[in-house]
Design a protein around this ligand. Structure first.
Ligand code: PLP
Length: 441
């Protein structure tokens, strides 16, 4: 009898046995093309010899030393590397074990910054509806994913939400993209004014919305306007790149394409590439200085932060991602995926939008293309697509169906950055068949 509390109880899952490149093989010998990197985790492919060698070397020397007593060369190297590669203005790194931990730490950093600088009244978090920032209580409260929040609502600290930048559904037909971005920025400003600017701590957003909407990037200028408003009212800007960062969208950091730098930035998933659980928070000198010249302590911590084996894996993963040929492949294969999906799905009356950046692509499904009507959530179309894709040897990441009643089902595709053209074509073929079969059920 299975003794693991699985996420979906009663579902029979194949047992993964091994993985190489863009394929995972189960104990029955079936091969699955990893079209979504799990949940956009696998960045440099499975079984990468350089990452394995880096981990082995670290394991032979040191597996663990508590960060209350020691630092390690490997963690210091990783931090140095991330700061050197990050946009100017992100100067320090805090290492954690995953995405939710990174978001929790980011929120606490923002709060402590205002306490240390004599502004303890700054406490409000503003984020966006239809976002996801993790499953721990602070991160869940920050996220605007109604479905994931619903039953835990009474436990969640108060947060405030404004509209996401989601032109496919929210931009008016006669509205220009510029006017749309300006309208959303005005909404943020109005929320700050409503709460009282002196009481607002941070605005949190994913540069490209992942799990909740399916690879929705903001329109040009949106984030520049957001940055300006945050500056105007002294609100910290936290960008959550847990899913869209680390090369996923074609640049190492997704915010590079927005031309702005946040005060705090979170990364995870692609950073460890699935080799080790690791996340990181990058922060500005001003925030670091407030701690250094104030209490001298960041009042937060987890047992495994800065884990040496995780740092060794991430060090090598980041080195591989930062190679020009890796990001060139993300962009070339991302384009091929987008064009191929458009060609294959153009005739489907149930494909509303195909979007994304780099190897981070989303397909939104609609009951009616003209009206953009979502499918009835009870149909669980996303779950059917996932099952049909698995049956065809494709791992994809379909989600949705119950978000605020405005957004329907989508499929997220996020293959490893090492993927080749024939494998991209196979993803397109299999996901098209899986969508058709799920719709026909
Ligand atoms: N933030 C974003 C944008 C995410 O997409 C996720 C996970 O999907 C998280 C945070 C939480 O990360 P984790 O699942 O590693 O805790």
């Amino acid at each position: 009898m299975a003794r693991i509390l699985h996420r979906s109880i009663g579902q029979t899952l194949p047992h993964a046995a091994s993985a190489q490149g863009v394929y995972i093989t189960d104990t029955q010998g079936r091969r699955y093309l990893d079209g979504s990197g799990g949940a956009a985790v696998t960045s440099v492919g499975h079984g990468h010899p350089e990452v394995l060698a880096a981990m082995r070397a670290q394991i032979d020397n040191l597996c663990y030393a508590h960060t209350g007593f020691f630092t390690t060369d490997v963690a210091e190297e990783l931090a140095e590397k991330l700061v050197n590669l990050a946009p100017d203005g992100l100067d320090y790194v805090y290492l954690v074990s995953g995405g939710s931990e990174a978001v929790e730490a980011a929120l606490k950093m923002a709060r402590q910054y205002f306490v240390e600088t004599g502004r303890p009244e700054r406490r409000h978090i503003i984020a966006r509806r239809q976002s996801y920032h993790g499953n721990t209580l602070g991160a869940l409260a920050t996220g605007g994913n109604a479905m994931r929040r619903a039953q835990f609502q009474p436990l969640l600290p108060q947060t405030h939400h404004v509209s996401p930048c989601y032109a496919y559904r929210d931009k008016g037909n006669d509205e220009s993209f510029e006017a749309y971005a300006a309208r959303l920025a005005d909404e943020l400003e109005a929320k700050i004014l409503e709460l009282g600017p002196e009481s607002v701590m941070a605005f949190v957003a994913e540069p490209v919305v992942g799990a909740t909407l399916g690879a929705v990037a903001a329109e040009a200028d949106y984030f520049k306007r957001v940055r300006n408003i945050c500056d105007q009212y002294g609100v910290l800007l936290i960008l959550d790149e847990v899913m869209c960062g680390m090369g996923r969208t074609g640049t190492l950091f997704a915010c590079e394409q927005e031309g702005i730098t946040p005060d705090i930035l979170t990364i995870a998933k692609g950073l460890g590439g699935g080799y080790q659980p690791i996340g990181a928070v990058l922060l500005s000198s001003a925030i670091h200085e407030s701690f250094a010249s104030g209490s001298g302590l960041f009042q937060h911590g987890h047992t495994y932060l800065g884990h040496p084996v995780a740092a060794a894996a991430a060090n090598k993963v980041v080195e591989i991602i930062a190679r020009p040929e890796t990001l060139a492949n993300v962009n070339a294969m991302g384009e091929r995926l987008q064009r191929g999906l458009e060609a294959a799905l153009v005739a489907s009356p149930h494909v509303g939008d195909i979007r994304g950046r780099g190897l981070f692509r989303g397909i939104e499904l609609v009951a009616d293309r003209e009206q953009k009507t979502p499918f009835d959530p009870a149909r669980k179309l996303h779950a059917r697509i996932k099952r049909q894709a698995m049956a065809r040897g494709l791992i994809s990441y379909p989600m949705g169906g119950t978000i605020d009643g405005v957004h329907g089902d989508h499929v997220l595709l996020a293959p490893p950055y090492t993927i080749q053209a024939d494998e991209i074509d196979l993803i397109i073929e299999r996901i098209t068949q899986a969508i058709d079969a799920a719709l026909a059920e």
